[in-house]
Design a protein around this ligand. Structure first.
Ligand SMILES: NC(=O)c1ccc[n+]([C@@H]2O[C@H](COP(=O)([O-])OP(=O)(O)OC[C@H]3O[C@@H](n4cnc5c(N)ncnc54)[C@H](OP(=O)(O)O)[C@@H]3O)[C@@H](O)[C@H]2O)c1
Length: 335
């Protein structure tokens, strides 16, 4: 039995409920790998888990150690693991189940099913991996399964300087789309323009619907929306017929229920609500999606923005900053 420091919660609430706790970690089970984390990705979903409110039929059993994403070094492997060995540099985004199940990345060490681990190539640093795996796999599902653009297709990306939005903007630009990004501040507009956006709209200062129509009078071919409540419904008014709406997140709050007839009335739209876990269906799909992501970083098409790093003990401060919406890029916790 090994001990590991971790950040957990004994109840839902604000950042103040995050506590440093000591975990007892058993030896890895036959198909598990013990990973010593070197960088942990903070995701907006961690804030949602901390707050609670979405568990169906009863809450979790406390303490809950938060976190779905980390990178590190293999310390030991279970008796049936053949594809990893001590010393391998690895990363993961989720270990199966929904984002609020099977959490536990906010820890110095963790046993992870080998099926959910990927080896890191030498050109990816541990911090880059922890900053990009979950957000990058989300973008990958959106690009590869929801909306693949034709060259010149106009796309609207909400919160284009956010962790996922920033990767989407660069990826769609790389594929030849004309990228319009909404952003919350002039500083974010500069970052979004440097990373893929052809046009930026300060959507807290002006109504983004007429602003998009001025740029693309016929409407955009797709909307990629991680903001949710504030942006989802108005976005339908800047889409062309048969366009695709992808809602992947709700940073401003959950989307109101949708009447499917509205999709027909507004323009025969398609609607997706994807999740990053799709790629983890098998080790082969996960590893090929990660290979594509790592290749995009190597080629320079994707630049991963790390907005801030915090020692693991200061996770509450990291949550406060991430929740403020002021950041542009990923936040990392360093054990
Ligand atoms: N489906 C999936 O598998 C999946 C995977 C990853 C993330 N997500 C979800 O996608 C969303 C974005 O994730 P992310 O990692 O890109 O987040 P992030 O980097 O923390 O950025 C969120 C951004 O949303 C904007 N925003 C708009 N209204 C906000 C509000 N009321 N409070 C805070 N921020 C607000 C802000 O940008 P502006 O200032 O530019 O408005 C903020 O920077 C989250 O809801 C997350 O849970 C889903």
């Amino acid at each position: 039995m090994t001990h590991s420091k971790a950040i957990g919660i004994y109840r839902h609430g604000g950042p103040e409920v995050l506590e440093l706790i000591e975990l007892k970690l058993p030896a890895p089970a036959p198909h598990e790998v013990r990973v010593r984390h070197t960088a942990i990705g903070l995701n907006y979903s961690d804030i949602n888990v901390r707050k609670g409110g979405f568990y169906l039929g009863g809450g979790p059993s406390f303490p809950v150690v938060l976190g779905n994403e980390a990178a590190g070094v293999v310390e030991s492997v279970g008796s049936k693991v053949t594809d990893f060995q001590p010393g391998d540099r690895v990363g993961y985004a989720g270990v199966g189940g929904m984002f609020f199940d099977n959490t536990g990345a906010y820890a110095e060490r963790r046993n992870v099913p080998s099926s959910h681990l990927v080896k890191l190539p030498e050109w990816i640093t541990d911090q880059q991996a922890a900053a990009m795996l979950l957000k990058g796999l989300t973008a990958s599902v959106i690009v590869n399964r929801c909306f693949m653009p034709q060259r010149g297709d106009p796309v609207l990306i909400h919160a284009a300087a956010s962790g996922v939005g920033n990767i989407l903007a660069q990826w769609y630009k790389h594929l030849g789309a004309v990228v319009i990004g909404t952003v919350g501040s002039p500083e974010k507009a500069l970052l979004a323009a440097r990373r893929g956006c052809d046009h930026t709209i300060l959507y807290r200062e002006e109504d983004f619907v007429p602003a998009v129509r001025r740029i693309v009078p016929e409407g955009v071919a797709a909307v990629l929306d991680g903001v949710g409540k504030d942006t989802f419904l108005p976005s339908f008014d800047c889409m062309r017929p048969f366009a695709t709406m992808v809602n992947y997140g709700n940073a401003s709050g959950p989307v109101d229920p949708v009447n499917v007839m509205m999709l027909a009335q507004k323009g025969c739209f398609g609607l997706f609500r994807p999740g990053f876990g799709w790629h983890a269906a098998t080790p082969a799909t996960l590893r090929s999606a990660c290979d594509e992501l790592f290749g995009l970083v190597k080629s320079g098409a994707l630049d991963i923005a790390i907005a801030a790093t915090f020692p693991l003990e200061r996770t509450a401060d990291a949550h406060r900053l991430a929740e403020s919406g002021k950041l542009a890029g990923s936040v990392l916790l360093l054990p």
